[in-house]
Ligand binder design. Structure first.
Ligand code: PLP
Length: 425
């Protein structure tokens, strides 16, 4: 049967979508003509869930009416507020509750994790990263290496993206680990690569590093809330992420951090410490000692910003109501699969999709490489923006478009591809 390119087909897919009603739980930005924007930049800043305002108001009211007593009173006192986030967050990343903590921001958490998991010696001082690592990750790695008195030119090992495919090969990653087995201290890779949308084989990479007792951490900025993971079972040592992309918790939202149970319970592990990582029962004795909480909470430094946590609480409630990552992934595969088929059918001759074709190797994002042939990339992007679609353009010619299962529809995909076709022709 030929692929059905009609809008009616997209609409029928929406009608059959059990998660379709979740779109109403988000504020979808409007165009000038009051139609909904086709919002495909949830990989950059997720949309605002409608319950955010209410949950932040709740905390403002508590502060207003209770003052400092808010730490202990009400149904959601501030002292253990962050603990309420752990169950759903743990489910989203496939962890145990004692392995996750919502705190700081991604890059800060990366530094905190490297303080524990990157302790170089003369012999083992290298960190393996990808050659197109996100700048902040590269900068964090380079600065840690320098902080320890090593030379980044000798201590950074990069894995190259395939010259033809632009993708990372698990085989190459594993053979690079083999090759540097005696000098690598840490492997740090993305869960989902931000540019291509490639979902790496986290389990296999972790096993390859552990064969030689090399620590392995993942940056899950583009993976969390996008793809299902099993961080505990995959035996990842640590992971860090931000909550403002697929986790819809607002600009600059507090980030997340995973520490595997076997490390989290090890109170002897060196770390950067602060009073909020100290044993709760003795914290307020104000003694000058450090007795770490034997969970991921033991890496907390400060008492957390409650207003910011309220937004994450709101977002996690939406994920929980949707049934977690499994139903979301099911819709996501269908939505992105449809997107791919439609792009291939309508624009196959002018657009090359650089994201992996295999579903298990990608999340919801497709990175579309436009064969420009004299057309200006900037002009195409401007046309997309002025036609009520929001995507992310990377010079010279790549559009990153991420239909998310919580608030995007098959009709959104259909509209986006029509707009793109008009913009290109
Ligand atoms: C978005 C993103 C970040 C952002 O870091 P912050 O510390 O939250 O500003 C870092 N790394 C990757 C790979 C990202 O995609």
């Amino acid at each position: 049967m030929p692929f059905d390119r009609s809008i009616e087909h997209a609409q029928s897919l929406d009608q059959a979508d059990p998660l379709a009603s979740f779109r109403d739980r988000f504020w979808v930005p409007k165009n000038a003509d009051q139609t909904d924007t086709v919002y495909f930049v949830g990989n950059s800043l997720g949309l605002q869930p409608k319950n955010v305002s209410e949950l932040i108001q709740e905390e403002l009211q508590k502060w207003r009416e209770l003052g400092v007593r808010g730490h202990f009173e009400s149904e959601s006192p501030w002292m253990p507020y962050h603990e309420m986030l752990a169950p759903t967050m743990a489910q989203i990343v496939g962890a145990r509750e004692n392995e996750v903590i919502v705190m700081n921001t991604l890059t800060v958490n990366l530094h905190l994790m490297m303080a524990t998991f990157y302790r170089p010696t003369e012999k083992r001082h290298q960190i393996l990263i990808e050659d197109h690592a996100f700048p902040s990750d590269f900068q964090a790695v380079e600065s840690q290496i320098k902080l320890h008195g090593f030379d980044p030119r000798e201590s950074i090992v990069t894995v190259k993206h395939g010259a033809e495919t632009g993708l990372l090969s698990t085989e190459l990653i594993c053979s690079t680990i083999d090759q540097h087995r005696d000098s690598l201290a840490l492997v740090l890779l993305p869960g989902v690569q931000y540019y291509t949308g490639q979902f790496l084989d986290i389990k296999q990479i972790a096993a390859a590093a552990h064969r030689y007792n090399i620590s392995v951490g993942f940056d899950l900025a583009h993976a969390v809330g996008n793809v299902p993971m099993q961080l505990h079972d995959w035996d990842v040592d640590f992971a860090v992420w931000c909550n403002y992309k697929y986790l819809n918790s607002g600009p600059g939202a507090i980030g997340g951090c995973f520490v595997h149970e076997r490390h989290a319970t090890d109170t002897e592990l060196p770390r950067m410490a602060g009073w909020w990582g100290h044993d709760k029962s003795t914290r307020f004795l104000m003694e000058n000692c450090f007795d770490p909480i034997p969970t991921a909470e033991g890496w907390q430094l400060s008492n957390p910003p409650i207003l910011a946590l309220a937004a994450i609480r709101a977002s996690l409630a939406v994920f929980a109501d949707a049934g977690g990552m499994e139903p979301l992934r099911e819709k996501s595969l269908a939505l992105t699969g449809y997107f791919e088929q439609l792009v291939d059918a309508v624009l196959g001759d002018r657009i090359n999709i650089i994201t992996p074709k295999t579903q298990s190797d990608r999340g919801c994002q497709l990175s579309l490489e436009v064969k420009l042939d004299g057309v200006s990339g900037r002009e195409i992007h401007d046309k997309l923006e002025s036609s009520g679609t929001a995507t992310d353009w990377r010079e010279p010619n790549v559009i990153r478009a991420a239909p998310t299962p919580l608030y995007n529809s098959f009709a959104d995909v259909h509209r986006f591809v029509s707009v793109l076709e008009r913009a290109i022709s």
